[in-house]
Design a protein around this ligand. Sequence first.
Ligand SMILES: *[C@@H]1O[C@H](CO)[C@@H](O)[C@H](O)[C@H]1NC(C)=O
Length: 547
Amino acid sequence: MATCRVSVLSLTFCTSFDVRVRSDNLNTSFTGNRSEPVARSARHRLFPRVASRRSRVRAVQATYDYDLVIIGAGVGGHGAALHARSRGLKTAVLTGGDAGGTCVNRGCVPSKALLAAAGKVRELRTVERLQAMGISVRGQVDYDRQAVSNHANSLASRVRGNLVQSLRGLGVDVLDARGALVAPQKVELLKPRERTGERVVTARDVVIATGSVPAVPPGIQVDGKTVFTSDDALKLEWVPEWIAIIGSGYIGLEFSDVYTALGSEVTFIEAAPKLMPSFDAEISRYAERLLISPRPVDAYTGVLATKVVPGIPGQKPVHIELVNAETKAPVEVLQVDAALVATGRRPYTDGLGLEKLGVRLNKGFVPVDDHMRVLDETGAPIEHLYCIGDANGKLMLAHAASAQGISVVEHIAGNTSYRLRMECIPAACFTHPEISMVGFTEEQARAIAERERFELGKALGHFRANSKALAENHAEGIAKVLFRKDTGELLGMHIIGMHAADLIHEAANAMQTGIPVHKLAFAVHTHPTLSEICDEAFKAAAGMAAH
Ligand SMILES: *[C@@H]1O[C@H](CO)[C@@H](O)[C@H](O)[C@H]1NC(C)=O
C-alpha cells in the first residue's frame, strides 16, 4: 500500500519492472516501425489540426454518446477523467460499484491511517527516545483497536466521497455499473454482480482502468479471519500475538510496521534468498537494521509456504508448511495465530470482453504499447482502446495509473509529443522510518553503466548530519543519489529515513525534467529542513562540501 502501491509489494514491483523493461524493448522494435505510422495517419484523418479541437469535440459528440468512457473509478480512472475534463472531453466513468478502487478502499489510503496510528503508539512507547528529549509518559500507552480500525475506514469513505464529488463537480457522468466491451468503441453497462446488460454506450475512446486484486499462491487457503490478504488486514479485526507475513515487499513491510507497533510478533516468509528483494541492496541493509533487527521480527528466506490452513482465533493455530524454494525439500511447519498473504497482486480483467476483440491477456494483464493502447494478438494497437494502471501491469502504483491516464488523454487530444517516462515515477514504503525510491537501484545502474560504458557516480546524504532530524531525535538513515559522471543525469535516488516518501520528489522532478545533478547542487534549500539531506547528496555528487 505503498502508495497504494500499497503500492506495492516486492513481487509486483519487481515483476512490473521487468515487464516495463521488456515492453520498452518490444516497443522500440515494433512501435517505431509499424504501429506508430498507422496511428499517426489515423489521427491525421480524424483531427486535421490541433487548433480545431473544439469543433472536433462538437462533431464527435454528434456520433458518440461520449468522447471518453473509463471503465473503473480507482485512482487511475479518476486521474484520466479529471484530465479529460480539462481537455474538454465529454466523459463517463463506470465505477463497477467500487468508486475509489483499491487505493482508496483497500490500499494506500486506509493503510496510511493504520500506519499513522500505529506509528504514534510506537513513538509513545519508545521511552528512551522521548526521555532524550525531556519527555516522560506516565502509565501505559494504550490503543483501542476498534477505534483505530474506524479511523482507517472513515478515512477511506471520506476520500471516496471526495473522489466522487470531484468527478461530478467537473461534469463527469459517474455510472454505478461495470463495463464490458462489445466492440472497441461500444461498452455494455452491467449492474455490479449481474451478467445482463442494461444498455450500450458508445464512446470515441475507451480506457480500461479496472485495477487488480490480491494474488494468493496455490496451496494457501484464505478464510479472511486467520489467513487473510491486505483487503482484510486493513479492517484490523484483531491483533494476533504472532503473525506470519508471507512476502517482504511493500505491503508485508508496512503491515509488519503496524503489527509490531501494536504488540504482535512477526515472522516473514520470503521466497527470495534475502528479505526485501526488490529494494536497492544498500537500502535493504539499512531497512534490516532499522525495521527488522530492533523489533520482534524474524524471517525465513529462500522458502515457500506451500500449504497454509486457517485456524480458529484463540483455539486452533494456523498451520503453515514451508519448503526450500529451490529444492522443494520440507523445511519446517509453523503454527502461528494468523497469516497475512502479501505476495503481490493480480490484474482484475475478467469479463471485460477483450478476447472477443482479439486481445490475448498475459496472465490476466492487458498488453499495451507506450501510449497505453491495447494491443491485439498480432501486437498491433487497437485504435481508440486504452488500458492504464494495475490492469496493464507496467507499474502497479496508484499514482502511476493516474499518470498513465493523463498520458492517454494527451494522446487522444492529439499530443503525440507527450510520452510518460515510467522510469521517473517514484515509489514509497510508509514504514517508520519510510523508504522511497525513483529510477534504478545501484545494482541496475551499475549494469547499465557497464553496458553503455559510462562511469556511474554515487553520492550520499545522511540523516545523522541533519539538524532537523537530530532535533526530532530521528537521525537514522541515508539518501543516495546515482548519476552519470559525464552528463550529471540522475539515474536514481533511494532514501530511507524520516519522511523519505516526501523527500524523493526533488529527485523525481529533476529526472522528469532532465535537470543534471551539478545544477541541482546549486539549488537553495531552507535551513534547517530534512530536504538538506538531498542537498548534501547533490552537493557531494558535484564535488561540493555541504558541511
Ligand atoms: C503536450 O504535452 C507536453 C508535455 O509533454 C505539454 O508540455 C504540451 O503543452 C502538450 N502540447 C499540447 C499541444 O497540448
